[in-house]
Design a binder for this molecule. Structure first.
Ligand code: GLY
Length: 353
């Protein structure tokens, strides 16, 4: 599969683990650090260690898996370990994991000694098609996602398809939501291909195509002044639903499950506000509801959800801002939505069979 060239960095697909080792050697780094969580330490690190052979100028940093780790305390822990291990400005951070690892590892690296190099080796579908591309780094504060962070590009991304083979189906579905989003906002042909594909284990070609779409957007607008806002489709409502679920549910929604709900609600808003046809709204609902279990959203949570949406970093002048669709394959940026409209869209989701 062809290497994709992003904003000054390559995204490798072929022999990615061997490419990683070549990259480390060519970079002449004084030392490198591999950031993992307890899952990737077991399932992915051994394959990387095999490739490293007798290289020994590295240390491992492990954090707990899960969004709860993506906060300032864990980040301070990473900085302290870098200090203890003697990291200098010519050190490299290798983020081996899902979105929590790439967001927080990227943030820790981009701020340590005013910035050291980092690369991503994304191990989940979600991080392969989303978090690892585009240079967003960040941590959460008080459960507000990515509220502190930087735009700093990695030096390279290494996509290893075989890491997905050990992923639970729920994690595959989580990444799939972002792939569906890429089709909906930008590429009707991709959406149509997804609709007719076996999505229980998306092919490497579909992943490559998804990353091409995202990459095109982030190259055009790396700091989200304009077209990159397209990637927020489904996320204004989805992030609020996700945060609320994390705070209240015993078995919280995954990111993709929450974004799937957000995409249905925001497709409804698009139908109301930006001309998405009723046929296309019905098609989006059918595809998404065919893939994701129905979530028991409650009217009693609207107030909390609206309060969470108000804290979204994409808002301007205290107004809640959504990316909507004109039609499948074409987005419509910067739509202010009122509380009443947002609640109506949540009720639309609740009312679906
Ligand atoms: N995940 C959305 C973005 O990278 O802009």
């Amino acid at each position: 599969m062809k290497t994709i060239q992003s904003d000054n960095y390559p995204i490798y697909f072929e022999d990615s683990k061997a490419e990683l080792v070549k990259f480390i050697k060519a970079g002449n780094y004084s030392r490198f650090f591999i950031l993992t969580d307890e899952n990737t330490a077991v399932h992915c690190l051994p394959a990387i260690k095999d490739q490293l052979g007798d290289m020994d100028n590295y240390d491992l940093i492990e954090i707990n898996a899960g969004e709860e780790s993506k906060d300032i305390d864990f980040c301070i822990g990473i900085w302290k370990m870098l200090i203890d291990f003697g990291a200098d400005r010519k050190s490299l951070m290798i983020n081996l994991g899902g979105g929590v690892i790439s967001d927080m590892g990227g943030f820790a690296a981009s701020t340590f000694k005013r910035g050291i190099d980092f690369v991503h080796v994304p191990t989940t579908l979600l991080s392969q098609v989303d978090a690892s591309v585009g240079g967003k780094t960040g941590i959460d504060i008080d459960s507000i996602k990515n509220i502190v962070g930087t735009f700093t590009q990695p030096k390279a991304v290494f996509i290893a398809y075989d890491f997905l083979k050990t992923l639970p189906q729920r994690q595959i579905l989580s990444g799939l939501a972002e792939m569906l989003k890429h089709g909906l906002i930008m590429d009707a042909a991709y959406w149509n291909t997804l609709k007719t594909s076996d999505l229980s284990q998306p092919s490497e070609e579909l992943i490559h195509w998804s990353i091409e779409i995202k990459n095109k957007v982030v190259i055009e607008d790396p700091t989200e002044q304009s077209i990159r806002k397209a990637l927020n489709f489904g996320h204004t409502i989805g992030h609020a639903v996700e945060t609320n679920s994390l705070l209240t549910d015993k078995n919280p929604l995954t990111h993709g499950e929450a974004i799937a709900i957000g995409m249905i609600c925001e497709a409804y808003l698009a139908h109301k506000k930006t001309g998405l046809s009723s046929n296309e709204l019905a098609e989006i609902v059918e595809v998404i509801n065919g893939l994701y279990p129905k979530y028991p959203l409650k009217e009693t949570s609207y107030e909390v959800l609206l309060a969470l949406m108000m804290k979204d970093k994409k808002n301007q002048s205290g107004k809640i801002n959504c990316t909507l669709l004109d039609r499948i394959g074409q987005c419509n940026l910067d739509n202010i939505c009122t509380d009443a409209e947002l609640c109506e869209s949540l009720s639309y989701y609740i009312g679906l069979q």
